[in-house]
Design a protein around this ligand. Structure first.
Ligand code: FES
Ligand code: FES
Length: 156
């Protein structure tokens, strides 16, 4: 099929099987290797993208499901040379170790901040509940999202 969708702000046209997994389309066909694959079964969140602003697992999506929609990957977040404020906050808070979970974590956090600019620690934990991290213990990731939101430990 000829697939038309918006990818990181750009109108995109690709020819692919309608049942090609989106993680393969993005990584292998379009070179967007910031999209990670770990479990391949919808359980880890490494492959997360935003589809119309909502976190979705690209290992469970088929190419045909992108038609007419907007896809954001980590490559499209910053929109330039400088890192996105969330990426800066993750680095400053020490929320990146091996980095494998980081693209999915940052995108899930981006979706959260778009709908809740002042999230509590609990709200952040809920927003990233589908994203597994084997390295950080999650506290520094939550600190990073709070930092990006301009919230201190004293804010509720
Ligand atoms: S690779 Fe998609 S959820 Fe783990
Ligand atoms: S930083 Fe290694 S899995 Fe999260």
């Amino acid at each position: 099929m000829i697939l038309h969708f918006t990818l990181n702000g750009q109108a995109t046209r690709v020819e692919c099987d309608p049942d090609r997994r989106v993680v393969d389309l993005l990584r292998q066909d379009l070179g967007l290797t910031g999209v990670k694959e770990a479990c391949g079964a919808g359980e880890c969140g490494a492959c997360a993208i935003l589809l119309d602003g909502v976190p979705r697992l690209s290992c469970l999506l088929l190419a045909a499901q992108l038609a007419g929609h907007e896809v954001l990957t980590i490559e499209g977040l910053a929109g330039g040379e400088a890192p996105h404020p969330l990426q800066e906050a993750f680095a400053r808070a020490g929320a990146v170790q091996c980095g494998f979970c980081t693209p999915g974590m940052v995108l899930a956090s981006h979706a959260l901040l778009a709908r809740q600019p002042r999230p509590s620690r609990q709200e952040i934990a809920q927003a990233i509940a589908g994203n597994l991290c084997r390295c950080t213990g999650y506290h520094k990731i939550i600190d990073a999202v709070r930092l990006a939101a301009g919230l201190s430990e004293d804010d509720s």
